[in-house]
Design a protein around this ligand. Structure first.
Ligand code: UT7
Length: 325
């Protein structure tokens, strides 16, 4: 089995910043409520003309440049998204063409906020076994396209953006262990009811606002804390490490209170937890990867560091990953 690591990273965030003050004018909320309950101050919103693949393309180009690879050298592209450009073809197919990566196999995966960690784990298997050499793994979302701007329970939470990682064989460090999970018995806690085969789009589903994301946040909160804590413990144990070995936890950015509660349960110092939710809100599959990009860019991750990715989302699904940088 080959060692697999991340050799390039990139991100794209749309220009438009939506602040809590603006949301105060749209729904019955306040900057104070959003800040204290979630840690979010602002989020980015894609332009009408920007689709998920457009954001993914910019992030992908940056990651490839950093990896010093040409698109033609890619063997595999996986896009994790719950907001594809369209139901078919896959956003990965659209991206493959836009990049000019014509030798790459390309497909999407749907694992909501754990999507990037799921995709990372899939790509790692292909490279470790020698099936492919270079993989591009993307987390990209235009959540604003499925957000009900009249529902204060959800519209204050989400943002848009994309992150990309190029994976290849490495000779030191790399991905030490991954752990994925799913509990499909609680799909009612977070979903987008209409638009699929269960409830195709009709005038009735549109009127009932069933094409938007619905969430029972309070229930999810408790499960998120428990599950992310257990996932972090499991993946570290698999890697033969303890929390003392971890230099930085880079969690899915759904709620600062969830993240800090997980840190507390694990007995980890706050300075070892990376938070960027203040500026981005929750970008689902793009959340963990953009946090990773920003942690590396800001110098919080140094060569040889042990980092832990930890994500949880609709499905319910979760995924954690230990990487030696
Ligand atoms: O991305 C992966 C999956 N997502 C998550 O894991 C998210 C998990 N959940 C959360 O982050 C939190 O539950 C929320 C941020 C969604 C909500 O925070 P909370 O502290 O759990 O609030 P709550 O849902 O218990 O609501 C408390 C009150 C309610 O009012 P009443 O019933 O107490 O009068 C809500 O109606 O806050 C009200 N509320 C709001 N008030 C002002 C809900 N949303 C808002 C809002 N502004 N935007």
């Amino acid at each position: 089995m080959k060692k697999v690591g991340i050799i390039g990273l990139g991100e794209y965030l749309p220009k438009r910043v939506l602040t809590n003050a603006e949301l105060e004018k749209m729904v019955d909320t306040s900057d104070e409520w959003i800040t204290t309950r979630t840690g979010i101050k602002e989020r980015r919103i894609a332009a009408d003309s920007e689709a998920t693949s457009d954001m993914a393309l910019i992030a992908a180009r940056e990651a490839l440049e950093q990896a010093k690879l040409k698109p033609l050298e890619l063997d595999l592209i996986i896009v994790a998204t719950i907001t594809p450009d369209m139901p078919l073809p896959s956003t990965a197919s659209i991206l493959q063409n836009a990049l000019g990566a014509k030798h790459a196999v390309a497909f999407d995966i749907s694992a909501a906020c754990a999507g990037f960690v799921y995709a990372l784990s899939i790509a790692q298997q292909f490279i470790a076994r020698g099936s492919y050499r270079n993989a591009l793994v993307i987390g990209a979302e235009k959540l604003s396209s499925v957000t009900d701007w009249k529902d204060r329970n959800t519209c204050v939470l989400f943002g848009d953006g994309a992150g990309a990682a190029v994976l290849s064989e490495v000779h030191s460090g790399g991905i030490l262990s991954t752990y994925l999970g799913c509990d499909g018995s609680k799909t009612e806690l977070l979903n987008q009811p209409a638009g699929g085969s269960r409830k195709p789009a009709t005038a009735k589903t549109l009127e009932a606002r069933e094409h938007y994301v619905k969430m029972q946040g309070n229930e999810l909160f408790k499960i998120a804390v428990k599950t992310m804590t257990e996932a972090a413990e499991t993946v570290l144990k698999q890697a033969g490490l303890t929390f003392k070995d971890v230099d930085l936890i880079i969690p899915h950015q759904a709620n600062a209170r969830i993240i800090l509660a997980v840190g507390k349960k694990l007995g980890i110092d706050e300075e070892k937890i990376f938070l960027n939710i203040e500026k981005h809100g929750n970008i689902s599959s793009a959340s963990t990867v953009t946090a990773l990009v920003e942690a590396v860019r800001s110098g919080r991750v140094k060569k040889g560091d042990i980092i832990l990715l930890d994500a949880f989302g609709a499905g319910l699904v979760w995924g954690a990953c230990v990487i030696k940088w």
